[in-house]
Write a protein that binds this ligand. Structure first.
Ligand code: PEP
Ligand code: MG
Length: 752
């Protein structure tokens, strides 16, 4: 194919000329001018123009060969406007022999472009970040060949990298250095709290400095070797994963498919033939895949493109030798920024993180569970933040609103600091009541306990003033490992938890997996509705070996100390009795083995499905205590998925029907003399907590950080009066008690 190799060597020559231009000293504008000249010359077109973004919505002509020089930095268009704007919006090339007849063509008299008939515009973009548009035009009415389109796309890729490296920085705002402007991201709340600090990228981007290569054979060899290495590592990962979790296997199979894909390899080799280095070729295809990702509506396909993106990153790291270790040192106040992160990796960072921002994730993801356990503010769904943020950038995370300010302007930063100062002041106020009881004005005392799940949580017992641990989520230990933890390991951990609690009550909840909490090593069938599926106690009873192992670990950890155990997600009394049967069996076994057993074991059930509220009296008599898992109970009461952003906030906890339902449970427990607590997230929300107390809850368990604010309010309120306010709201036919309660509290002058 002589014609083809001719065009390839032309292309290589062009790239070399671009590289030399980059190496020469000069201002950004001079470089751009020279580049448009070189491209027009090499492509034999009368016009070559470069448009860069002035702001996220506006493109500006920054350099041209062939159009009127006066138009430079004057001609602007909005994204979507004219052919150039369309290329920018759609992020794909437009190639036409008759530009004026093309849909959306816009005549710009200042440029003198009406005489040019053919138009080829390609996006300048890097890994999903739009940077500008590169255009060539000529008088003769002809379509550009595929080969020419391809060549210009390769050039655009090199321009994108040069832009990223700051080669075109100039005085004009459209030539401002990248990643320096303030950007605000609107995501969703993963964990409340506010934090300010500096960016720490979980996966720092690979920096490519050698874009253009002289010897394509050498580059092809480098690429092949790297791909071979990649294939081996993917096969290894598949072997390690065995036939475990189906989702993980699906990802790895997709990796393997891409790693062996001839099409992927062929495109990268063609890029190399055009003069790109192996790494630049990988990145060019990665950018193209990212651009496709934006337009693919099918979530399954999007995930596969995401897999290709991951694989490209791995390949780039092999080729450049850049691991996650870039030599950068972590700032003292790191805010972790990642596309997503596993619970184990997050735990490895631990409490040194001031905040976390993820592009993906969900409220119930493992990362969110760990962030919550560590009480680190978390914002999820902050789209594109990994593309925009650089290590060391100043960043402020508002976990209350789900907002992130990257490189904030002074006014935003100072307003944010005021907010943080106010919170710090409030915390001071809470310190003074830490050791005091949550005693209301009408003499009622509410016991405030904390939720925990990690050893690292235990110090909060002292600092928050919690009376005990009302919910210890034992699944975290299972989620962060790659295999089922051993009994001895668990026993050692539970024992340490009891030691640190220093005699305060710790309610260990047995393994609550399934639904959103999926163990990476546990084989599971796909379920149509996991939240209603095989989860929590259902798994425990069906896999009683694991349940008994955990119960044994708990008994051994306690020794002769008192022990509190609760079973999650009990939907009918018989499940509780069966689980307690396992506990009795294990206790008997331990005694037989001559091991010490706790002299007192309290056994409770979590009430998380409405059905249990209507269980037979004998259940309420038999159970030692009931703890309401409000997160689940609310989702089933309203049939609104707690993980689904569209519906999860739709129903108010202070809805009169829900409060009446909760009161039914209070009454049944009172009648049976069974102690009752509430341990869902709502217990940690001050207004919700007050209302729960008003309808009769005398024990609640919440995030440690919520204990201060909840106690502060409880100590200022008269529960009998508040109860009257709720009753009035119900009588007047309101759907929710919230507005009446807020009005009552504001009249009393209580700041919320
Ligand atoms: C709940 O459902 O309210 C609860 C405390 O359990 P989890 O959030 O762990 O499901
Ligand atoms: Mg639950």
């Amino acid at each position: 194919m002589p014609e083809r190799s001719d065009s390839e060597s032309e292309s290589r020559k062009l790239l070399r000329r671009l590289r030399d231009t980059l190496a020469e000293a000069g201002k950004g504008q001079e470089r751009l001018d020279r580049i448009t000249h070189i491209i027009a010359d090499s492509m034999r077109t009368e016009v070559c123009s470069i448009y860069l973004f002035r702001d996220p919505e506006t493109l500006e002509l920054c350099a041209t060969e062939g159009l009127k020089a006066e138009a430079v930095h004057k001609t602007r268009m909005r994204v979507g406007e004219g052919l150039v704007g369309r290329v920018a919006r759609e992020q794909r090339s437009i190639n036409t022999g008759n530009a004026p007849a093309e849909k959306g063509f816009r005549y710009m008299p200042e440029t003198g472009e009406e005489i040019y008939s053919s138009f080829l515009g390609v996006p300048i973009q890097r890994l999903g970040e739009r940077l500008g548009v590169l255009v060539v035009q000529s008088k003769i009415a002809r379509q550009f060949s595929d080969d020419e389109v391809y060549a210009l796309e390769v050039v655009a890729m090199v321009l994108a990298e040069m832009t990223e490296l700051g080669a075109f920085v100039g005085d004009d705002p459209s030539m401002a250095a990248l990643h320096q402007r303030p950007v605000m991201f609107r995501g969703s709340v993963g964990q409340e709290g506010v934090a300010a600090g500096h960016v720490w990228l979980h996966e720092p981007r690979v920096v490519i400095t050698n874009l253009v290569a002289d010897d394509p054979d050498v580059e092809r060899d480098r690429l092949r070797q790297a791909v071979d290495q990649l294939r081996v590592s993917v096969d290894d990962m598949l072997t390690v994963a065995g036939s475990g979790d189906s989702e993980q296997m699906e990802v790895l199979e997709a990796y393997r498919m891409f790693a062996n894909s001839r099409g992927w390899m062929r495109r990268m080799e063609e890029d190399i033939d055009r003069g790109l280095s192996a790494e630049a070729a990988v990145e060019k295809e990665q950018s193209a895949a990212r651009a496709r990702m934006e337009t693919v509506p099918d979530p399954y396909l999007r995930e596969r493109l995401q897999d290709l993106d991951d694989l490209s990153n791995r390949l780039l790291r092999i080729l450049t030798g850049q691991g996650a270790e870039t030599g950068a040192s972590m700032p003292l106040d790191p805010i972790l920024i990642a596309r997503n992160i596993g619970p184990g990796e997050l735990l490895a960072y631990g409490r040194k993180l001031k905040g976390i921002v993820l592009e993906e994730g969900s409220v119930g993801s493992h990362a969110a569970i760990v962030a919550r356990a560590l009480a680190i503010p978390l914002v999820i769904h902050a789209e594109r933040i990994t593309t925009e943020a650089l290590n060391g950038d100043h960043v402020m995370v508002d976990g209350e609103q789900g907002i992130v300010h990257l490189r904030p302007e002074d006014s935003v930063a100072s307003a944010f600091r005021d907010k943080m100062a106010m919170q710090a002041k409030a915390l001071q106020r809470y310190v003074s009541i830490r050791k005091k009881p949550a005693l209301t004005l009408d003499g009622q005392t509410v016991a405030l306990h904390m939720n925990a799940g990690l050893m690292a949580d235990l110090p909060s017992l002292e600092s928050s003033g919690a009376e005990g641990v009302g919910l210890f989520r034992t699944e975290l230990q299972f989620l962060i490992r790659s295999q089922v933890p051993r009994r001895a390991e668990l026993a050692a951990l539970y024992s340490k938890v009891l030691d640190s609690a220093g005699g305060k009550r710790v309610a260990f909840r047995t393994l609550d997996i399934g639904s959103d909490k999926v163990l990476p090593y546990m084989k599971r069938e796909e379920e149509p509705n996991p939240a209603l599926g095989w989860r929590a106690i259902r798994v425990g009873l069906d896999k009683s070996g694991v349940m008994r192992m955990q119960l044994q670990a708990l008994i051994r950890a306690a020794g002769e100390r008192p022990l509190t155990i609760m079973f999650p997600f009990v939907a009918e009394a018989s499940e509780f009795f069966e689980a307690r049967g396992h506990l009795d069996h294990v206790m008997k076994q331990e005694r037989k083995l001559g091991r010490p057993v706790p002299d007192k074991v309290e056994v409770g059930a979590m009430l998380e499905t409405p059905s249990l509220a209507f269980a037979q009296d004998s259940f309420f008599d038999a159970v030692d205590f009931i703890s309401i898992g409000g997160n689940d109970l609310k989702q089933f009461f309203f049939a609104a998925d707690r993980e689904n952003e569209r519906v999860r906030r739709r129903y108010d906890t202070l809805n009169i029907s829900f409060l009446h339902f909760l009161e039914t449970i209070v009454k049944r427990c009172d009648a049976a003399g069974t102690s009752l607590s509430f341990c869902g997230e709502d217990a940690g929300r001050p207004i919700e907590a007050l209302c729960l107390a008003a309808i009769g809850f005398r024990m609640m368990s919440m995030r440690p950080a919520s204990i201060g604010p909840v106690k502060h309010l409880l100590r200022k309120v008269d529960l009998t009066e508040l109860r009257g306010v709720i009753d009035d709201a119900a009588r007047s036919g309101r759907a929710s008690a919230r507005s009446s309660v807020i009005e009552y509290l504001s009249k009393g002058g209580w700041a919320l």
